[in-house]
Design a protein around this ligand. Structure first.
Ligand code: AMP
Length: 193
């Protein structure tokens, strides 16, 4: 299956993606994770992306489209994947669609996690505290100020994707404010497993 997870930062896409990986046996492709790895490794892409990510803005379409084009060629992604955090702009969605069309592949579903934005800042503060309590490093962009910029980027650049996929009849919505296990059940109901 080829699935896109859509929803603002903190909506629970990553949490559900991990569960879907176990259930469906396909990899989670998170452009955020890939970019953070590039930053940590100091690659040319990482050097370019670091400042942009620290501000909470979006990295250029060319860079992320290039990363995804390479990643879906890896053997583990041949039978499907869960895209977490990509596409984030209409230009990325169009580039991705062209990429799939060239290979004769189709998307199975776009799952949008609907959340109450007012509660997201609280969630992200909680996520940072829990990460800290586990002794793990807290993401530099998981602080309230940068988070607001990330939400704004979502509203302005990513939210239009709901209409984009809605028009194509590919969009399914999930109530992301429900407890984690209930969201998982809703996702299972939509995907049939
Ligand atoms: P995430 O882990 O998905 O919240 O992504 C963290 C940061 O990486 C974002 O705030 C962006 O700066 C960058 N990023 C991740 N995915 C994309 C994408 N598809 N397009 C542009 N920037 C991205």
């Amino acid at each position: 299956m080829r699935i896109i997870l859509l929803g603002p930062p903190g909506a629970g896409k990553g949490t559900q993606a991990v569960r879907m990986v176990e259930r469906l046996g396909i990899p989670q492709l998170s452009t955020g994770d890939m970019l953070r790895a590039a930053v940590a490794a100091g690659t040319p892409v990482g050097l370019k992306a670091k400042e942009i990510m620290d501000r909470g803005d979006l990295v250029s379409d060319d860079v992320v489209v290039g990363i995804i084009a390479e990643r879906i060629e890896e053997p583990d992604a041949k039978s499907g994947f869960i895209l977490d955090g990509f596409p984030r702009t209409v230009a990325q969605a169009e580039a991705f669609e062209a990429m799939l069309a060239k290979k004769g592949l189709k998307l199975d579903a776009v799952l949008e996690f609907k959340v109450n934005e007012g509660e997201l800042v609280e969630r992200i503060i909680k996520r940072a505290k829990e990460t800290e309590a586990r002794g793990e490093p807290v993401r530099r962009d998981d602080n309230p100020d940068v988070f607001r910029t990330r939400l704004e980027a979502y509203r302005n650049q990513t939210a239009p994707l709901s209409a984009y996929y809605g028009t194509k009849g590919q969009l399914k919505t999930v109530d992301g404010m429900r407890p984690i296990d209930e969201v998982t059940e809703a996702v299972k109901g939509i995907l049939g497993r």
